[in-house]
Design a protein around this ligand. Structure first.
Ligand SMILES: Nc1ncnc2c1ncn2[C@@H]1O[C@H](COP(=O)(O)OP(=O)(O)OP(=O)(O)O)[C@@H](O)[C@H]1O
Ligand SMILES: [Mg+2]
Length: 367
């Protein structure tokens, strides 16, 4: 490849001296290309800046965040965008946990400054990693306990039922309570066990609307009976590449959360649509396009602000009887599908958007 000269005077000494990888990029033929970069970026990419100039930025940098969308938004709003905790790799090195900043330069080229701050530079690495590791070991422990506790619980419930046969109605109320509460604990333990289940998805071509309809019907006769659940489907949507059972679990959890956010009544809308543009780094580092989108939209009170940042972490719950495993499981399943989940929430409207890949060309004939 021929080295290119820098097209514009670069923001000088400060840019060069920045301790983190910094790139100046501009859109060219619908692709974000590198105009220039500093020496930290050269080191990060193991390539010199003349080599990097002109290269598509997100071919050199594989980032597990919807970069096309972020870049478009930074330009449109003329405001910087921050993305926390995303993994960045150049394809040749293991992914690094980073914070990204995308700032519009407001120049004639409509260029952007992309700063990549590895979390160890930011000095915050410890905290997130430790929290995640602690949650992981807590799950391992909880899983073991769940397994051990379930058997004696079955004994307790069985004995209470036997006892109740010889009791009058007043005392039977107490044994019924024992049975009901042990059932509740068993259910909770099953959730913990399910979360620890590492089974990889069994992916095949799946009609997303079949999955959504099944989830909707089962919600409507149980936890979502008090909600009006409507649909707004794009019937021309192609199949998704997914494990239908795991996907159903995802949408059941999202509809359940939306239903639980409102006690009396409320509305949920399930919206599907096709939109290109969103891409993420897949499990093996290659880019995966996610053009199939499903939104679960409710008109409830919105996420509790105190936990809004951490809802996808295990054991984070804003509900009195919540285990906080629902969204952690959702995010685990979506990650295993190389998909993306995002939430936008304010009082009166919460949107969970799941973005998924289409069936890869190589797998189409098995349809
Ligand atoms: N649609 C929503 N509207 C308002 N708050 C929500 C919504 N979805 C999730 N939340 C908040 O996020 C928290 C975490 O959700 P998550 O599904 O992980 O756990 P949970 O519902 O509390 O427990 P579990 O799903 O394990 O029974 C919820 O407790 C709730 O406070
Ligand atoms: Mg839940």
């Amino acid at each position: 490849m021929t080295p290119r000269p820098a097209p514009t005077p670069v923001p000088g000494a400060i840019f060069a001296a920045l301790p983190m990888p910094a790139f100046l990029t501009a859109a060219e033929n619908g692709q974000e290309r590198i105009l220039d970069c500093n020496s930290a970026a050269e080191q990060f990419c193991s390539a010199s800046s003349p080599m990097l100039r002109g290269e598509p930025a997100f071919d050199r940098l594989l980032i597990d965040a919807p970069m096309d969308e972020a870049v478009e938004r930074a330009r449109r709003n003329r405001a910087p965008i921050f993305i926390n905790d995303c993994e960045v790799t150049t394809g040749e090195r293991p992914p690094v946990l980073c914070t990204l900043q995308i700032a519009p330069m407001n120049d004639t080229a409509d260029s952007l400054l992309l700063l990549i701050t590895p979390r160890d530079i930011a000095g915050r690495l410890g905290r997130t990693r430790v929290v995640k590791a602690a949650a992981k070991s807590a799950i391992g422990m909880a899983e073991m306990l769940a397994h051990e506790i379930k058997n004696p619980l079955a004994g307790i419930a069985g004995s209470a039922q036997l006892l109740s046969m010889g009791l009058g109605p007043e005392d039977r109320e107490l044994t019924d309570l024992i049975v009901a509460e042990t059932r509740r604990i068993v259910k909770l333990l099953e959730q913990v066990e399910q979360f620890g289940d590492q089974r990889p998805p069994d992916r095949r071509p799946v009609n997303i609307h079949d999955v959504l309809e099944r989830a909707r019907r089962s919600a409507a006769v149980s936890f979502g009976a008090h909600m009006k659940i409507g649909d707004d489907y794009d019937p021309s949507l192609p199949d998704v590449w997914a494990d239908p059972d795991q996907l159903q679990q995802v949408f059941l959890n999202l509809i359940k959360n939306a239903s639980e956010a409102q006690r009396e009544s409320g509305a949920i809308r399930i919206h599907t649509y096709f939109e290109r543009g969103l891409q993420v780094a897949g499990l093996d580092g290659r880019r995966v396009a996610l053009p199939l989108h499903v939104e679960i939209i409710d008109d409830g009170p919105g996420l509790p602000p105190a936990i809004a940042e951490n809802i996808f972490e295990p054991f984070v719950s804003g509900r009195e009887n919540g285990t906080g495993l629902g969204l952690a499981l959702v995010s685990k399943i979506i990650a295993a599908h190389e998909g993306w989940i995002e939430v936008k929430s304010r009082p009166g409207q919460t949107i969970f958007r799941v973005s998924l890949p289409m069936v890869p060309a190589a797998n189409k004939e098995s349809n």
